[in-house]
Design a protein. Structure first.
Length: 170
């Protein structure tokens, strides 16, 4: 755990402003579970907006890892900071435990990631819990979008860590 904390401190201190991702992956989907980026994370908001323009359902996490808020067309004006420092938007919720549509992509934030999908998050275990729930749906694709230089050879791994199915460097 100390090794992960030391890495988090290094990556959080590095600035990656201006890193934007807006390209659609070669994965068919009609529901996008995403995140509103924090400092040090790739800005995926342009991708979220493109998904909405294509008529896809886009949702972001609430404070409860089992629920995502479905975004409407004015979501950017409604962003609020949660107690844990992350962002969300109030709206109707989607319970990820009850997904019926197998064409789901989840974008997972990370400070760093290996090519094999092991990620270094911010240390709260939120996305490990989300990915654990989504592992019950084998067709859900989890994608981590990080700066190219943060795709590393190895990261410390703990028993609770969950891997993503695809890593994209920008």
């Amino acid at each position: 755990m100390q090794e992960k904390d030391a890495l988090r401190k290094i990556y959080k201190a590095e600035k990656i402003n201006g890193r934007i991702w807006k390209d659609f992956p070669d994965v068919p989907f009609n529901t996008l579970l995403s995140f509103i980026p924090l400092e040090g994370e790739v800005d995926v908001r342009p991708f979220m907006l493109q998904a909405q323009k294509r008529g896809l359902c886009v949702a972001v996490p609430t404070s409860d890892y089992r629920y995502f808020s479905i975004l409407d067309s004015s979501w950017e004006e409604k962003i609020k900071r949660l107690e844990n420092g992350t962002f969300s938007v109030d709206g109707p919720t989607l319970d990820i435990r009850n997904l019926s549509d197998e064409k789901v992509v989840i974008l997972v934030p990370a400070l760093a990631c290996t090519k094999s999908g092991l990620r270094l998050g911010r240390g709260g275990g939120f996305y490990d819990r989300v990915l654990s729930v989504l592992s019950k749906f084998p067709n859900v694709k989890s994608i981590c979008v990080v700066p190219k230089e943060r795709i590393v050879q190895t990261l410390p791994e703990e028993e609770h860590d969950r891997r993503v199915s695809m890593v994209i460097g920008v």
